[in-house]
Design a protein around this ligand. Structure first.
Ligand code: ATR
Length: 273
């Protein structure tokens, strides 16, 4: 059977094996998907051993997404833009590196949550790896504006400048305080603030009528960002579990050429957390 795995450190609690096993059963694909614990100083050796043992592809998570980028022989445009790889596909012509995170969040927002991005005002909070990975897919969805706001303003300016060349109008980088007086239809929290149960310090009045607040993090119940956003006027809020399932579906499509139906898998994952 074709072998796949998710490599990370730590990795034991990854939900990816369950998600991909459900995808495989649904699409009748004969494959095995496991976890692979990567020693911090031995990513390349671990990946090479997996590939030599017949592995066909890997998902890559913290802290190896940059090393995975360097490991790949070729990159998809979205991986190139993200500067990080979460999906490796081993083929006869080498190792392809892809990044499905941005496509995953876009699909969760636009399809699962039924919230259009085209022509809307979008705010991306954060300027780290998680934010960077979503910028190209967001821009390709043609929002009216995309504002990248970060606690450290310089990093937001740098990111916006980097993507400005892609000729998309309305791309701005700024500090969180500079958001005062602006309104958005979609607000995405790509900061790591939730890891410490914190929320970004935002001016009031950001949320337009009918707006969606989206947290890339997820957990049991609402995240602190979701709760704060609704208190500040967001009409709806969602966590990142749908993004997790959708980025997995996009990886599955790359490897197997077939897109699984995500709704039943997302429902099962939701019930299990
Ligand atoms: P990741 O790869 O998850 O994006 P990262 O590269 O460390 O992680 O980036 C973390 C992001 O969350 C940064 O944009 C960080 O802001 P700074 O650049 O100012 O450090 C942001 N962040 C973390 N904690 C935050 C908090 N409490 N409030 C606002 N932003 C926060």
């Amino acid at each position: 059977m074709d072998r796949y795995a998710v490599i990370g450190n730590p990795i034991a609690h990854s939900k990816s094996p369950r998600i991909h096993t459900l995808f495989a059963a649904q699409t009748r694909q004969a494959l095995i998907y496991e976890t692979l614990l990567g020693p911090i100083d031995a990513f390349v050796a671990t990946v090479e051993a997996f590939r030599a043992a017949g592995g066909r592809g890997l998902n890559v998570t913290v802290p190896f997404k940059l090393e995975a980028f360097d490991f790949a022989d070729r990159h998809t445009p979205r991986a190139q833009a993200a500067g990080a790889v979460n999906t490796l596909a081993f083929g006869p012509d080498g190792v392809l590196g892809d990044n499905t995170d941005g496509a995953g969040i876009l699909r969760d927002i636009t399809v699962n949550l039924g919230c259009p991005v085209r022509g809307r005002r979008v705010l991306l909070l954060g300027a780290g790896g998680a934010a960077r990975g979503t910028i190209l897919p967001l821009l390709e969805a043609s929002p009216a504006t995309l504002v990248i706001a970060n606690r450290t303003a310089a990093k937001a300016h740098e990111l916006a400048a980097e993507f400005a060349g892609s000729s998309h109008a309305g791309l701005i980088g700024c500090a969180l305080a500079e958001l005062a007086g602006l309104q958005f239809d979609v607000v995405i929290n790509a900061t790591s603030a939730s890891l410490s149960d914190a929320v970004p310090d935002l001016p009031t009045g950001l949320y337009a009528h009918g707006s969606l607040a989206y947290d890339m993090m997820y957990g049991k119940g609402d995240t602190p960002f979701m709760t704060a956003a609704r208190q500040q006027g967001a009409s709806r809020s969602a966590d990142g579990l749908g993004m997790l399932v959708e980025q997995a579906a996009e990886s599955f499509l790359l490897w197997r050429g077939i897109r699984p139906t995500t709704a039943p898998v997302l429902a099962e994952m939701r019930a299990s957390i």
